[in-house]
Design a protein around this ligand. Structure first.
Ligand SMILES: NC(=O)c1ccc[n+]([C@@H]2O[C@H](COP(=O)([O-])OP(=O)(O)OC[C@H]3O[C@@H](n4cnc5c(N)ncnc54)[C@H](O)[C@@H]3O)[C@@H](O)[C@H]2O)c1
Length: 271
């Protein structure tokens, strides 16, 4: 997700620092952003043609969080696991200027929990981008218990400058989108597991009967089945409700490395 968010920011003219602890992830990001920017005008109606070299040229790629020491706004996109995110916020809080706002692009972790792990909970909010970020028009913005109005205003203004609208919701695990979507994808996986229908037929029903552009299993593959599993675990933990228990088939696929598009295979195969 960080790749798409960085592309969106750089295309709007911002100077961006993209940090990942894995060097290979940064190489992949650079290639993906170059390709994404080059073909952006063909994929998003009405978008101007971009100079891909200039877009990539606005991005500094770094393996150390220290590169964020002068950042005005951080959009965090690390793995959906509190054990991974928490120390990242401790480092950012120490490193970044006091004025800096932290936006979490989490799928399910409560924004109030993230804000509480910093000394600046009023400057922490959720910015839930949809995938692929450069092609989606609207972002779910989440107000944590202590997020200030001023922080929300800056965040919505930033999104407008990217050509994106926002819908602001109050904090709750999974917010609006993923409290519903994760349950739907998980239930669709149960249907495949139980042999009620194939993945293709489940998706066909959503596309052809409901007019959705993608079925729940295609959507799961796009998001990443590992991220779906982690998000369901977060929902399960926070609500204590077994309706969010991940399906055994989902677990099995993730353990087998079948994570969807990002790994070349999930419910479908990708070249
Ligand atoms: N996949 C989606 O469609 C989607 C949509 C909206 C939000 N999100 C959220 O965005 C975040 C990222 O999701 P993803 O699917 O891209 O996950 P991912 O696991 O594919 O990628 C996470 C990246 O974070 C990097 N990382 C891990 N620890 C780090 C650290 N300490 N510092 C810097 N980088 C670190 C990893 O190397 C990896 O490249 C998650 O919180 C997820 O819930 C995902």
């Amino acid at each position: 997700m960080g790749i798409g968010v960085a592309q969106s920011l750089a295309q709007a003219g911002y100077r961006v620092v993209l940090v990942d602890v894995v060097e290979a992830a940064l190489r992949k990001a650079r290639d993906a952003i170059y390709r994404g920017a080059r073909f952006h005008h063909l994929l998003r109606q009405g978008a101007p043609q971009q100079n891909a070299d200039e877009v990539v040229g606005r991005i500094a790629f770094a393996t150390e969080a220290a590169a964020l020491a002068e950042a005005d706004f951080v959009i965090e996109n690390v793995t959906e696991d509190w054990a991974v995110k928490r120390p990242v916020y401790a480092v950012l809080d120490r490193l970044c200027p006091e004025r800096c706002i932290f936006a979490a692009n989490t799928s399910a972790i409560p924004i109030t929990q993230i804000g509480g792990a910093t000394q600046r909970p009023d400057r922490v909010l959720g910015m839930h981008f949809m995938n692929p970020a450069p092609l989606k028009d609207t972002v779910e913005v989440i107000r944590g218990f202590r997020t200030s109005d001023a922080t929300l205003q800056v965040a919505e203004q930033l999104l407008r400058s990217l050509g994106k609208a926002s819908v602001v919701v109050n904090d709750s695990p999974g917010f609006v989108s993923n409290r519903v979507l994760m349950l739907t994808i998980n239930e669709a996986i149960f249907l495949v597991q139980e042999g009620v229908a194939s993945a293709e037929d489940v998706d066909k029903i959503f596309r052809q009967c409901f007019g959705h552009t993608m079925g729940p299993l295609e959507t799961g593959d796009l998001i990443g089945l590992d991220t779906i599993l982690l998000s369901l675990e977060v929902l399960c933990e926070h609500f204590g409700d077994s309706k969010f228990r991940p399906s055994p088939l989902l677990r099995k696929m993730v353990y087998a490395g079948l994570c969807g598009r990002k790994s070349g295979r999930g419910f479908y195969e990708y070249a």
